[in-house]
Design a protein around this ligand. Structure first.
Ligand code: SAM
Length: 290
């Protein structure tokens, strides 16, 4: 009996000992798992911090956050945006020059990661307002020398000014002494120093007579495109082509024969370089850009 009682009491102690050992082992295991998961968490945090340190990725994340939480959308429709988006998909990182700063600026900049995206804007208060939430954008203030009300006179008279003609436009844009009123000669130096793969013209304002109008931007874009030394064409996107002046200047300088896509109020031109083109199919010698 006593032997039996001792046996059961030994067995009980054995089970208690095993249970305590199990508890201790469990605790040790849980602690070590905890350490492992804590370690992985630290690793992933360190990785995140490293990635956040990558300013391009950080800007992309900021852009997603901005558009996900903003009720204001860009003025171009999705099908219009897609035209330049598709070109950027094939050329980025590239040089992208944009006339106008707006609710679409963060989007354009993030479509060209590690490329150069430069914005030109005439309204300094509007620049401050846009940069308040997107300080990394490369935006410059510019002054346009003409007004929308001069558009008809400018298009009638440019052919009688030799400095405006295509045969003299290898790089008149950088020539501050040009007599051509359409040439934008006081843009930031970076504009002239680079060859632009894409030029988006969605500014300056062109909807009231005293507004600058887009005449100079259209003319200067084609001059830069024609002076291109690098291989490939220059993609020029012009918005608001439902307006008389945009349409008239596009047909005069960007040329219907270079129009490759028309979507909504957006025209997309592919302008070839004229650097090695002595005659431009005869057009240059007749004083025409087309
Ligand atoms: C047709 S808007 C370009 C708008 C731009 N593409 C967008 O989607 O926001 C042309 C010009 O209008 C002016 N502008 C546009 N939105 C503005 C605003 N909310 N307040 C003041 N000026 C604005 C800027 O001078 C800009 O360059």
């Amino acid at each position: 009996m006593l032997k039996n009682r001792n046996f059961y009491s030994d067995k009980l102690w054995f089970f208690v000992a095993v249970a305590i050992a199990g508890l201790i082992a469990g605790a040790v295991l849980i602690t070590s798992f905890g350490n492992v998961s804590q370690h992985s968490l630290l690793c992933s945090l360190a990785g995140s911090y490293k990635r956040i340190g990558d300013s391009t990725q950080n800007q992309q994340l900021q852009t997603i956050l901005h558009y996900a939480t903003s009720r204001v959308v860009p003025q171009q429709s999705i099908s219009e945006i897609r035209v330049s988006f598709d070109v950027l998909q094939s050329l980025s990182p590239c040089n992208f020059l944009i006339f106008g700063l707006g609710h679409d600026s963060l989007m354009w900049s993030s479509f060209n990661p590690r490329g150069t995206t430069l914005f030109l804007e005439e309204d300094s208060k509007w620049i401050q307002s846009v940069l308040k939430d997107a300080s990394h954008l490369n935006a410059h203030h510019v002054v346009y020398p003409t007004h929308l009300s001069q558009a008809d006179e400018l298009i009638k008279s440019y052919r009688s000014e030799p400095d405006c003609l295509p045969s003299n436009t290898k790089s008149p844009i950088t020539n501050v002494h040009t007599q051509c009123k359409l040439a934008l000669t006081s843009l930031p130096k970076e504009v002239y120093d680079k060859e632009w793969d894409l030029i988006m013209i969605d500014a300056p304002k062109g909807y009231y007579p005293e507004a600058p109008g887009r005449m100079g931007a259209i003319y200067s874009a084609v001059v830069m495109a024609r002076a291109r030394m690098r291989p490939g064409v220059t993609h020029v996107f012009l918005h608001d082509v439902d307006r008389r002046v945009e349409k008239m200047f596009a047909e005069e300088f960007l040329c219907k024969k270079y129009l490759v896509k028309a979507v909504g109020r957006l025209w997309h031109f592919e302008i070839p370089s004229a650097v090695n083109d002595t005659g431009n199919g005869g057009a240059t010698t007749t004083g025409s850009f087309c």
